[in-house]
Structure formats: C-alpha cells, structure tokens
Design a protein around this ligand. Structure first.
Ligand code: DGJ
Length: 731
C-alpha cells in the first residue's frame, strides 16, 4: 500500500510536512483505497475541503480540482472550511465557536503546517495545524486514515495559548462539505424495545439535527450513526452513500445543513447543549473521533467497510473469539438461590454453551436487590441468596466444566442503598430539587475521581473474589435527570463532557488490569453502543426486545454499522415463533440463551443442544466473514442475509418469513453474493428441527456464477418459516 496521502508538497515518505512559507496554495489529498478527501490551503491560508469522492489515478491533478465554493464565494458568502469557525466570515452553522478571554466571540483559523505519520501498512495519521492570526487559539485537525477500509476518523484538539481563560461554546469533532443534487438521510430513532427504527428522507434546505441530551445510555431515543445517499436513496449494491457516527458515549449533535447553493455541510461532535467548556491558559480539549466512509457501490459495501474496520481496529478483541452462554435474567428475574443456580450451571453444561451468566439480583444486604427499587451500589453478595458468595459459584462452575460471568450496573445507585446513605454527594441530582428517577435509580457522578475509584474497585473486587470470572455484563438503565455534580462546584457546564471522560478513565483502568475479559455493553433500552465505548467492550446488547421477528429488523439495521461478532443475541420466550426460528435469528451474531432449559420439551432440548453444536461449526463465518444482505424484510415477506468467509469457500445463508399471510414466502430465488464465480458449491440446509426433512438437494453442485446470477430459492413459506443454508465449496 502506498500513497496514503499524496501531498502535493512532498518532503519525505513517512513524514511529510509543508509550511505556509514554502508555498502559497497547499493541496492535501487524503486518499483511501477508493476515495479521496482533498483539503486545500488557499493564498490567504484558509483551509478548505474542496472534494470528497472517488480518488483520481493521477495525484498531481488533485490541485486542479476547481473549488466550486470559491467560484461562488464572492457573491454567496458561502465557503467550505475544513473546520468552520464562528464569528468571522462564516454565515452558516460552525464547527467551533470560542469566546476569548476579553469577551470577543470571533475565531478565524488559518493553515500553518501539516504532517503525515504512517502508523502501519494500512493506517496513517494526518495532522494539520491551524492558528488564529489575531488570538492565541490553536487547533490541530487530525485525520486518521484506514486505507483498505475506506474509513477516515476525524477529530480536533483545541488549545488555549492566550493568557486568560477562553470558553468553547461549540467544539465539534469535524465538519464535511459535500456536493450533490439531492441528499437522502437515513436516520434512526427508538425507545425501549424499539431500537434502530429507520427513517429515510430527502434533506431540505436549512438544518436537520440529530442529537441527544440524555447524558448517559444516550442511544435510547437516537443513536449517532446515520447514512447520507447522494442524488437518490442508495440501494444495497448501487448508489453513492456516506456513513458516519461519533465515537462518544455521551450527548452528541450532528447537523446536516443544506445551504442555498445546495451544498451539504455535516457537522458532528459532542453536543454543546448546556456545555460551554472553559480552557484555562495552556489547557486543551481533544474532541472524540467522528468516523465516516463513502461507497459508490451502495449500502452493502459501505457496511462491510465499517464491519472490517470495527473488527480490525475498534472493537476489543474484534478478531478474536466469543463465549456462548446461558443467562438467568428472564429465567429467574430476581428470584433465585444457590440451589437454583447450581441447577442452571448444570443446564449450561448440558446445553453445551461456554458460560453461565448470573444476572441482576445477586447483591445488597441492607436493601436486598429483590426488585429494581433497591440495592444498586451495594455490590456485596446477598447473604440470603448467595451465602457462599460468588467465589463458591466460580468454583462450582469450574467443577461443572463451564465458565462463570456476572451482571453489574456500576454507574448507578438506588436511592434505597447503603451507598446512597453514605455518599449522597456522589449522586447526580439537583441539591434543592426533588429527586426524579428512571427505573427507580440515579446515576453516580463519574466526574468525581473518588467515584471513579469506587467503580474501578467494585469491578476489581469481583475478579479478586472470583478469579475464574470470565465475563461481565455491564448494564446501564437510567438517563441523567437533574444534571448536577457536587464535585464540579461552579464548573457545571463541564458536567456532560467530564462524565463520559470519567467513565472512559474507569474503563481504561479496568482494561489495563484485565485486558481481554469479555464484557457486554448493555442497556435495557437504547442499545448503548458506539465506537467510543466498544474499544473497551467485546459486544453489545442491541435491545431487550428479543422477539425474533422484531430482532430481524433491529439486527438488520444495526448490521449496517456494527459487525455480527459484537451483537449479543439471546434466545428467550419473547415472540410467538417456534424455538427453531428464535434460535436461528439469535445465531446471526453471538448466540446466548435466556430460557428455562429444564422446562423445554425433550425435542426442544435436544434441538437446542444440537443447535449449539451447529452454531459452533459456522460461528467463525458469521463473526469474521463478510455479510451480504440478499432480501430486505422491509420490502418483501422474506429476510435473507448471508455471511461468507474470506476465502469464499464457506458461507451461511439465513432466511426468515416475516409476513405469515397466506401465500407469502420466497417464490423466486435470491441471488447470492460474495462467492467466487468459478468455484463450485454445494448447499445444505442445517439446524433442522428433529423429525423434519429438508427439500433442499444437498448433493447438487452449483457454480458461484450460477448462484450469484440466477440464485437459489431456500423455499421459505408458512410451514418453513426459518431456513438456514450452509454453503460449502466442492474441491
Ligand atoms: C436490563 C437488561 O437489558 C436485561 O437483560 C437485564 O440484565 C436487566 N437490565 C436486569 O436488571
């Protein structure tokens, strides 16, 4: 791989820099495998983004790209700053707004220099220094480029080198400038059990904002991920589309502004709502990364870029293995004891999954956690339910030949808890107002280092007590009402930002001591997931809604942005579908069970045990392969998704009936994707319910060419509502 950046002022291979003194116009193409983002510092040293699209084969021609804004600027006043400052010549929504020590609200950023550092075969980092010619405010723009994956991460570092304190009124991570005839935004909204509901609309002139102000578990109503298609809504395999998202687990704001000249500016960053951020002299703020990718080949390719990038660079142990599990939440809720848990450990073994996950309810004595009204914060074992503690469960699990994992919700506190009585000042609440609860609980003040220590030691003590502890489900079930931190005193406007940084500090400490233990990022409602948090977690909980029919839609939308290996899918009693359908849907990710195994019929039990073995045989393809969407459940009565391994010799195709009205099903074949046209394949139905037979001829040999041009009909219908087909190369 070469030419990650092909600077048109080039001073070396791995470290390239240019300064204003050496040239008047500096063109900086930021190249990925297929695209280029071209930045240009003009004669006035204003840094503009003049192009983002397919890359050119002849790099010197980047400097010949006409700056269409420039041509129009003189009479429109619009321009395309790489990082748009407020209060000077910008007339639209800015990325950064600063109040200087003297009260002046203007900022004007000019190019000083840039340099590129190679961080590996695939990764480079471009730094661009900007400076205000009047005030001592400096900004460094960072562009981290993942060449193969066509992904750029962009963020900024804002430094105050004035003598006095400045206030950042707005401090977005990035802004993009895009040009098309029309723009189509696919955005998501949701609520508990209704996560990732898509809406796709044409952007009109003015500003459309996606944001959240919930403080924590911010995705409840809206995640930061989005797609923008250009000129028409992109299809799965055609059309130009941009994906983006903010790597931040707190309040975000993304503005989409279509200006009068039909340019689109996307500005994304931490939400400045209630958050003017002060920087004393010498202090700096680094914003979280905004990631984005563009594809000319539709939503499918863009999602595979993101999934590859996520597994290679963003998700903890993204290329590693995962543990299948039996969880007891919906099997017992708060009602269990050691005898019941011993039985569940045995069920874990007999089911054939790797781990038993003990959920909510195991802790607190003064206010025992027997319902969701009490106990959060008192993380010692409940003596009635677990007289021998988690140490003994850990040992018992080892003796039974399974692993042991535990649920915890460490950012939270119940008003009825010893922790709350002891440290009322650790709790986020308005001192003079009545408390207001979400799920009967409050949030701990992670801006406070003592609270950070408490949370770290809480997790640490679990590992000390139960050295075999192999998994943590980290839950988060409340938003932040009455945002106020005793600790921050008169710096309340830093609360929302410092809360998330406090959380990340704790997670960093945990990961320094326990680098690989798998942890699930969970939230009952909202699917708390973003690439800021996923660097500490191996997986996330997409939704409490595990009705498989609903999950097909929810998982479908998540899969545009997150790979299957990170999706914790549990088989539960939600929904009306048969057990086979429920297990098949949960297999499209990391399989878990949350059902009462000993109440299953003999046939269901046997089927579940066999399903785990079958899953073990195909899970590497699902976790690490390329995902292709074949039939969209929103436009037909069948959903079809396939995964293919890197060598294109093995694959799995999942097919589900999503509309059970008379005559619905798959009347025509689905064209498979991602296979090798010249390879030959056999297709075999797997995970059949005991006693049922497949009509699929597993001896027939197809060419990849045939399967991709003519297709294959999995024959889904009301009596075969879920069909999994394994695809194997015939050598
Ligand atoms: C919400 C989670 O989503 C559930 O799976 C369960 O862990 C409960 N919290 C426990 O309170």
């Amino acid at each position: 791989m070469k030419n990650l950046f092909t600077p048109l002022l080039s001073f070396g291979f791995t470290l390239i820099s240019a300064t204003f003194a050496q040239a008047q116009v500096v063109t900086i193409p930021v190249e990925t495998a297929h695209n280029a983002l071209v930045l240009q510092s003009n004669v006035a040293k204003q840094l503009n983004a003049i192009y983002y699209g397919k890359k050119l084969s002849n790099a010197p021609e980047y400097s010949a790209i006409p700056d269409t804004y420039k041509q129009a600027e003189d009479y429109t006043g619009l321009y395309n700053a790489a990082y748009t400052a407020a209060g000077s010549r910008n007339l639209l929504e800015p990325a950064i707004a600063v109040t200087h020590a003297d009260g002046n609200n203007s900022l004007d950023l000019r190019y000083v220099s840039h340099e590129v550092t190679k961080q590996g075969d695939d990764v480079s980092l471009l730094r661009i220094e900007l400076k205000d010619p009047v005030y001592a405010t400096n900004v460094t723009l960072y562009y981290k480029v993942y060449y193969k994956e066509d992904i750029i991460e962009q963020w900024s570092e804002i430094r105050n080198t004035e003598k006095g304190t400045i206030t950042l009124q707005k401090f977005a991570s990035a802004n993009l400038n895009l040009k098309a005839n029309s723009y189509w935004l696919r955005q998501y909204h949701g609520d508990w059990a209704r996560e990732m509901q898509p809406e796709e609309t044409q952007l009109t002139h003015g500003i459309k904002t996606l944001d959240t102000k919930l403080g924590t578990r911010i995705n409840l109503f809206m995640p930061s991920v989005f797609m923008v298609s250009f000129d028409k809504p992109a299809g799965e395999d055609e059309g130009k589309v941009l994906y983006g998202g903010l790597e931040w687990s707190g309040n975000f704001k993304t503005d989409f502004e279509v200006d009068p000249q039909n340019n689109l500016r996307i500005i994304s960053g931490i939400n400045n709502y209630a958050s003017p951020y002060e920087l004393k002299s010498g202090e700096s703020l680094t914003t979280p990364a905004f990631w984005y990718t563009m594809s000319d080949m539709g939503k499918g390719e863009a999602s595979r870029n993101v999934q590859n990038w996520a597994r290679d660079y963003k998700i903890l142990d993204g290329k590693g293995q995962r543990l299948t599990l039996l969880n007891n939440w919906e099997a017992t809720y708060f009602d269990f004891n050691e005898t019941r848990l011993s039985g569940l450990l045995k069920d874990t073994k007999s089911l054939g999954v790797d781990l038993f996950l003990l959920d909510d309810g195991w802790f607190a004595n003064k206010y025992p956690r027997n319902s969701d009204h009490t106990g959060l914060g008192d993380w010692e074992e409940n003596r009635t339910k677990l007289p021998h503690g988690i140490a003994s469960l850990d040992k018992e699990a080892q003796a039974d030949g399974v692993k042991f994992g535990i649920w915890i919700e460490p950012e939270m506190v119940s008003p009825k808890s010893a922790l709350y009585s002891k440290h009322p000042d650790w709790v986020i609440k308005q001192p003079q107002r009545e408390e207001y609860y979400y799920r009967n609980q409050l949030v701990l003040d992670l801006t406070n280092t003592q609270v950070q220590d408490f949370v770290f030691h809480t997790i640490d003590s679990l590992f000390i007590k139960a050295p075999g502890l192999a998994y943590i489900k980290w839950d988060c079930n409340a938003v932040i009402y009455n945002a106020y931190s005793v600790h921050l005193k008169n710096k309340q406007s830093q609360f929302y930002v410092d809360y998330v940084n406090g959380l990340y500090k704790v997670l960093k400490r945990i990961r320094a001591k326990y680098p690989t233990v798998p942890m699930m990022l969970c939230s009952g409602g909202g699917g708390r997931v973003d690439y800021g948090a996923l660097q500490y977690f191996t997986e996330y909980w997409p939704s409490d809604n595990t009705d498989p029919l609903e999950r097909i839609f929810i998982q479908w939308e998540y899969s545009y942005f997150y790979p299957a290996i990170a999706s914790s899918n549990h088989v539960t009693d939600w929904g009306k579908q048969p057990l086979k359908y429920r297990i098949d849907v949960a297999m499209m990710g990391k399989l878990g069970f949350d059902i009462v195994i000993d109440k299953l019929s003999a046939a269901d039990r046997k089927f579940s045990q066999d399903a785990v073995k079958i899953y073990d045989g195909v899970k590497q393809i699902i976790w690490h392969g390329d995902q292709y969407r074949l039939a969209d459940p929103r436009t037909g009565s069948v959903a079809s998704v396939m995964y293919v391994d890197a060598s294109k010799s093995s694959g799995v195709m999942f097919n589900y009936l999503v509309n059970s009205r008379y005559g619905e099903g798959s009347p025509t074949p689905f064209k498979l994707k991602g296979l090798d046209a010249v390879k030959r394949y056999k297709l075999q139905e797997i995970n059949l319910y005991p006693g049922s037979k497949s009509g699929i001829d597993s001896e027939r040999v197809y060419s990849g060419d045939f399967l991709m041009k003519i297709g294959f009909n999995p024959a889904v219908n009301t009596s075969r509502s879920s069909v999994i087909v394994q695809i194997n190369e015939v050598k």
